[in-house]
Ligand binder design. Sequence first.
Ligand SMILES: Nc1nc2c(c(=O)[nH]1)N[C@H]1C(S)=C(S)[C@@H](COP(=O)(O)OP(=O)(O)OC[C@H]3O[C@@H](n4cnc5c(=O)[nH]c(N)nc54)[C@H](O)[C@@H]3O)O[C@H]1N2
Ligand SMILES: Nc1nc2c(c(=O)[nH]1)N[C@H]1C(S)=C(S)[C@@H](COP(=O)(O)OP(=O)(O)OC[C@H]3O[C@@H](n4cnc5c(=O)[nH]c(N)nc54)[C@H](O)[C@@H]3O)O[C@H]1N2
Ligand code: SF4
Ligand SMILES: [Mo]
Length: 715
Amino acid sequence: MTELLLKYFRTKQQKVESEKLFDTQCPFCSMQCKMTLVEQSIVSRKKYLTLGKENPTSEGRLCIKGMNAHQHTVNKERLKYPMLKVNGEFVRISWEEALQQIKENFTRIQEKDGQNALAVYGSASITNEEAYLLGKFARVALKTKNIDYNGRLCMSAAATAANQTFGMDRGFTNSLSEIPFTRCIILAGTNIAECQPTMMPYFEKAKENGAYIIAIDPRETATTKMADLHLKLKPGTDAALANGLLKVMIEENYMDKVFIKERATGYEKVKDHVMSLNLDDIEEITGVPCKQIRKAAILFGREESGMIFTARGVEQQTDGVLAVRNYLNILVSTGKIGKPHSGYAAITGQGNGQGAREHGQKADQLPGYRSIENEDHRAYIARVWGINKDELPGKGVSAYEMMEKIDEGEITGLFLMCSNPIVSNPNAEFVQKALKKLKFFVAVDLFVSETARLADLILPTSSYLEDEGTMTNVEGRVTLREASYPCPGEVKHDWQILCEIAKVLGQGEYFSFSSAEEIFTELRMASRGGMADYYGITYERIRKEGGILWPCPDSDHKGTKRLFETSFAHEHGKAAMVVVQNEPVIQKDQVNDEFPLYLTTGRVMSHYLTGVQTRKSSALAARNVEAFMEIHPTTARRYHISDQSLVKIESRRGSIVVRSKWSETIRQDTVFVPFHWADSQNVNLLVSNELDPDCRMPGFKVSAVRVSPVMDFHK
Ligand SMILES: Nc1nc2c(c(=O)[nH]1)N[C@H]1C(S)=C(S)[C@@H](COP(=O)(O)OP(=O)(O)OC[C@H]3O[C@@H](n4cnc5c(=O)[nH]c(N)nc54)[C@H](O)[C@@H]3O)O[C@H]1N2
Ligand SMILES: Nc1nc2c(c(=O)[nH]1)N[C@H]1C(S)=C(S)[C@@H](COP(=O)(O)OP(=O)(O)OC[C@H]3O[C@@H](n4cnc5c(=O)[nH]c(N)nc54)[C@H](O)[C@@H]3O)O[C@H]1N2
Ligand code: SF4
Ligand SMILES: [Mo]
């Protein structure tokens, strides 16, 4: 197929002077589709084509974002030189000057405000090598406890839930190749069709094989359309819905008693609790009719195999951990885990959403999924790093809490790598105000993002076409992103930047790497014996074997396709079930007469996260040029909002103006706005600062709002 397309592309071109091929992986979602960029020089311009490449995960497919990914990397707004803010304007400086600025300012801040006054904010869009190095950079080069990353806003609820129930967190307990053979699938709060489009054929095959698909989402989406049954719940009520499902399954006798006895703890308590609940109350809370809850429970319970997928709809809640744990209660008690064609997936989001949460970017974590509070773990990592264990700082604060510490003046310097927090954090106006208080702020980015605009110094970094390294995809498969495109201007790789800063800070001996592969060699050692063990994985093996699913403890080990076949990862070997109340401990934003509607947020197919990259891609931007608010026509009429008109949305925190989009398929009490746009369309101006007490995830998926038309004076 690839060859055919290439041939067609070639014959269509005239006067091609030269042609180059660059292998890489898509910079966007967790599918990490493999691709080849074809670059042709034709007279004075360049022409590009992206072709999918065969691999076990995306099987050669690409979606629209992947096909157009190169557009932002060759965009003329791409940063090419270090830029220093002088009298409010960015001016080009040399790397030498940039490093000197960092040295002077970081040293001054730490001398005056304390070691922990410097903070590091990372990302799950960088490679494993870079995520690992960033954790080491914070603890060894800067000696600060304050490091966290954007995955806190993404995967933290699912990760905490899996750790608590199973004793280990790998997003998918199985591999994608098992999906076509499962009998029943629950898709809760996930929009795979728009967010991991190349995964769809696995579900389509499952359907062809007779599987039943149940979707749980307040809106109809391209994903729910594929489902046989759609439970259109009120936003934020998954915990209660899962209680309802479980109650019916118990009543109908679908519990796997042997599995529960041998492999689970806590079942009796969960059963007593669930049986004390009333299904009518659950209908009232969730807005899902009892009949539908019963139908879904019976369909899932009676089948021999089944899988549950959750994503941010369930997880980005102030009770996200418990909501996920309640879906896991269903899997464990029906014995649908650790077996062929049965399992759980918290669908990872960013390109390296999996790997970047394993190797020490999190406030409480050391490489290999080790804990920074465990003395043995600290001792092991200190040995690998060649430092004294007492030099290792302790646990820092989570991503949004970092913004609060900045506001309070406890953190006065920030090193931001690969994130755009004033668009992606909740309570965006507060975040913006806080960041303005920083004494010295360095942002490492491809562009002058909305957040980088506030920085004192911006360092230009390389893209997915230029920067080689490993990325752990949605399956837990460690893949190698080849990258050989030349860096534009004076751009450096993220890992190089970290090494050079460490050097000017006098810590060069711990950061003397000259390639990503050298860093990976140290990462392997640092992860060895940990939960996320990469020791047996090498670049050579990844190339040969098409990626390897961790854990992979030694070079003879084939990797682990299915987890928990014989035991769970807790010391007692069992899965821990837990009682989950219908109502959350921390009350979510309440609807009332003043703020009568639920607002939920999420994504569209053509844009990626805060849109810094995709808004610079003409083909993608053209598909959705601005934010919008999906609203049911009945609701819209009630508030005098016509279709395609400007509407003001207000919450207790702030207001935005976007265009309305009537849709018969959303709940009448709910509106939806994607979060890919900034400034007056930044939906996070509306989202509250409440966090999940366990994992510190914000409640992006529920706010109470009111809507009103914006008058058009030209009419
Ligand atoms: N096109 C595109 N693809 C992406 C991304 C992107 O920005 N654009 N981002 C990537 C990243 S980092 C991530 S994390 C993933 C996210 O992938 P998803 O989690 O699938 O995406 P979302 O759109 O945030 O939310 C999924 C669905 O949850 C529903 N939902 C809202 N509230 C609730 C609720 O209370 N309960 C339930 N059950 N459902 C609810 C929404 O209506 C939405 O359809 O996508 C990745 N892929
Ligand atoms: N309301 C609402 N808010 C949300 C969510 C939601 O569903 N609703 N979802 C949340 C989720 S799941 C996520 S993951 C976050 C993401 O939020 P962010 O982390 O803010 O998202 P990005 O837009 O990916 O920001 C990445 C920045 O790094 C730059 N960049 C890209 N590649 C590289 C690289 O290789 N190196 C460096 N140094 N820079 C690079 C990009 O240009 C961009 O400016 O948003 C969260 N916020
Ligand atoms: S956005 Fe995701 S599904 Fe689309 S090409 Fe990129 S990695 Fe593949
Ligand atoms: Mo995410």
